[in-house]
Design a protein around this ligand. Structure first.
Ligand code: FMN
Length: 196
C-alpha cells in the first residue's frame, strides 16, 4: 500500500480542480492505497523569504502551515500537485508551496551539473484544470513542473492529467461534462496498480 499526498493549490470549493483531485483520490483508494488531500486555501503556506536560516540547522522561520505538512511529505511515497491554471501556469499558492521545499534540501557533496543540493526521493504527479483547451494551454505549467519538480528536485514523474475545457470561473464547474474525471480516476487507480 502506497501513501499518496495530494496538495491542492487553489480552486473553488467543489470546483473543477477539487472534483479532479477527488476522482484521482477515489481511484487510488479503490486500488488499495492511502491518499490524503491538503488544500492550500485552507492551509496557508507563504513563499520562501530566502533568509537561509534553514541552511544553518534552524527550522523555517515562517509560522504557517508548512510545518504540519513537512512530516506528511516525508511519509508520502508520492506527492501530487493539483492546481487550476492561473495566467498560464500553476497557481501562486502552489508556487509558494514549492519554494518552501528549500528548507528540506540536504547537502550533496557531489551534485550533478546544475543541482546544488539533494531532496528526498519521491514519486510525483500533476493534476490541472483550465478553461481553454489548446495544445499550448498547459505548456508553461508543464515546463515548470518538469524543470523544478522533476529535473531539479529530482522527484520521479508518474504522469499527469491536464483537464482543459472545464469552463471559466464565472459560473458552475463544467468538468463533469468532460471525460477528465474518468481519466483522473483511472490514473489514480493505475498509478501503482492494486496496493497490497
Ligand atoms: C485568476 C484566474 C486566472 C485564470 N487563468 C487562466 C488561464 O491562463 N488559462 C485558462 O485556460 N484558464 C484560466 N482560468 C480559468 C481556470 O483555470 C479554470 O476555470 C479552472 O478550471 C478553475 O478551477 P476551479 O473550478 O477549481 O476553481 C483562470 C481563472 C482565474 C480565476
Amino acid at each position: 500500500m502506497k501513501q499518496i499526498l495530494v496538495i491542492q493549490g487553489g480552486g473553488r470549493a467543489g470546483g473543477n480542480t477539487a472534483q479532479l483531485t477527488d476522482s484521482f483520490i477515489k481511484g487510488a483508494e479503490d486500488a488499495g492505497h492511502q491518499a490524503e488531500k491538503i488544500s492550500l486555501v485552507q492551509k496557508e503556506v507563504k513563499g520562501c523569504l530566502g533568509c537561509n536560516a534553514c541552511r544553518y540547522g534552524k527550522p523555517c522561520v515562517q509560522r504557517d502551515c508548512f510545518h504540519e505538512i513537512i512530516p506528511k511529505m516525508k511519509k508520502a511515497d508520492c506527492i501530487v500537485f493539483a492546481s487550476p491554471l492561473y495566467f498560464w501556469t500553476l497557481s501562486a499558492r502552489m508556487k509558494a508551496f514549492i519554494e518552501r521545499f528549500y528548507c528540506f534540501a540536504e547537502k550533496d557533496d557531489n551534485p550533478p551539473l546544475g543541482r546544488y543540493e539533494k531532496y528526498p526521493q519521491k514519486d510525483c504527479a500533476l493534476l490541472m484544470t483550465a478553461a481553454d483547451d489548446f495544445f499550448w494551454t498547459f505548456e508553461q505549467a508543464v515546463a515548470y513542473y518538469r524543470f523544478a519538480i522533476v529535473n531539479y528536485i529530482g522527484f520521479h514523474d508518474k504522469g499527469m492529467v491536464l483537464a482543459g475545457g472545464c469552463g471559466d470561473t464565472n459560473g458552475k464547474a463544467q468538468i463533469d461534462k468532460t471525460n477528465h474525471l474518468k481519466k483522473a480516476y483511472e490514473f489514480g487507480k493505475s498509478l501503482y496498480g492494486t496496493g497490497q
